[in-house]
Write a protein that binds this ligand. Structure first.
Ligand SMILES: CNc1nc2cc(C(N)=O)ccc2[nH]1
Ligand SMILES: [Zn+2]
Length: 373
């Protein structure tokens, strides 16, 4: 643990990096995957179970928590860590992405966004200053700048206009965040899939200076080829000695490809959301447990997995409880998926440290060629 937030790079293999982000609440081994704890819970999981999968840090959603139970109530109750019984690091997003995708009657101006809550229709406003205030009330360790992630498709001028406003909001976020030892503020690079705009955004963020840098504006429907095309150059535009966080990514092969291109941190709802819909990610591909082929199958999901679902239950059982809409179905498949995602991260950290990341990637891709297993 460290009184400040620091980032130490331990090894690189090609563009891939492994290291540690040290914070007062604990260390984050990178490359790191952050389970998403939207409404102060990683759905269907106890915090200690999330920790048992190897997660060092969780993500909390500012948009959801500001609406319910409100940041002020969480602050009065001792902050988000105490509230949700997770004492390790938490990164909170700024609310910018979700207000644009979830809220009703949104009005976006230079000042910020006014909107009506999707929960009860109440009126709210998020600005860079209000986002910093909310994230401070929540007590999160890593705070994200308030930005706009333009929906695709978007013209180059719309992407440029949006990015430049996000850079002005980044400066306002920096000013409002102030000086908070032990807490970090991350800037977010925008610019769509246009290299010149990405470079302009990175330059502006470097001028303002942040504790870490996110690659935003991706995983919004552009597809893996276009995303990797951006990641072939965008991370290199960011300071080499600071964490690089790719927001909202992704499937296992997205994650591996992002780490191979220099990304250190990622978050995605996929392992938990797909667990609730009967999809299990394994070393050999995706298991759709609702498929009839699993009804009498006595084997575990993945014989190499250490999670409770794989140690104690058969596919036949998982098929039964999914079909019966039993709560244990979402619990077991979520636990398995989170464990598998963390096993991928641990495998990459070890391979990068050993200089064997290229062969690790070959094994990873070979193992998954079977598709639906
Ligand atoms: C799920 N995809 C995704 N893309 C994202 C982009 C941002 C962003 N701020 O550009 C934030 C969250 C995101 N989630
Ligand atoms: Zn498992």
């Amino acid at each position: 643990m460290s009184p400040k937030v620091t980032f130490d790079l331990h090894a690189t293999d090609g563009k891939a990096r492994t290291g540690v982000i040290s914070t007062p609440r604990g260390d984050i081994r990178t490359p790191a995957f952050m389970p998403v704890g939207t409404a102060a819970t990683v759905k269907a999981m106890m915090p200690e179970s999330v920790r048992s999968t190897g997660a060092d840090i969780l993500l909390g959603n500012t948009y959801h928590l500001m609406l319910r139970p409100t940041a002020e109530r969480i602050d009065r109750l001792g902050g988000l860590h105490k509230f949700m019984n997770w004492e390790r690091p938490i990164l909170t997003d700024s609310g910018g992405f979700q207000v644009m995708s979830l809220a009703a009657l949104r009005k976006l101006t230079e000042k910020g966004v006014t909107f009506k809550s999707h929960v009860d229709g109440s009126k709210h406003e998020i600005t860079p200053e209000r986002s910093m205030e909310i994230q401070k009330l929540l007590g999160s360790d890593i705070v994200m700048c308030f930005d706009e992630c333009p929906a695709l498709p978007a013209t180059d001028e719309k992407v440029a206009e949006s990015m430049r406003m996000s850079m002005r909001w980044a400066a306002r976020s920096r000013d409002a965040f102030g000086d908070r030892p032990g807490h970090a503020l991350f800037g977010i690079q925008q610019g769509g899939v246009t290299q010149e705009l990405r470079a302009e955004s990175a330059e502006k963020l470097r001028e303002i200076e942040f504790d870490g840098y996110a690659v935003g504006g991706l995983a919004v429907g552009e597809g893996q080829d276009a995303m990797f095309g951006v990641l072939d150059y965008a991370p290199d535009m960011l300071p080499v000695n600071k964490p690089r966080y790719l927001m909202g990514v992704g499937k296992p092969d997205d994650i591996v490809g992002a780490v191979a291109r220099g990304i250190d941190m990622m978050d995605c709802v996929l392992p938990s959301r797909s667990g609730r819909t009967g999809q299990a990610y394994t070393r050999h591909g995706v298991v759709n447990i609702k498929n009839a082929r699993h009804i009498d199958d006595p084997r575990p999901l993945d014989e190499n997995c250490s999670c409770p679902a794989c140690r104690n239950y058969s596919r036949a059982y998982l098929s039964h409880v999914f079909r019966s809409n039993e709560m244990i179905s979402g619990m077991l498949l979520t636990w398995h998926n989170l464990q598998y995602f963390q096993d991928i991260m641990a495998g990459m950290r070890e391979a990068i440290a050993a200089g064997t990341f290229t062969s690790w990637q070959a094994d990873f891709h070979a193992g998954r060629e079977q598709g639906d297993v």
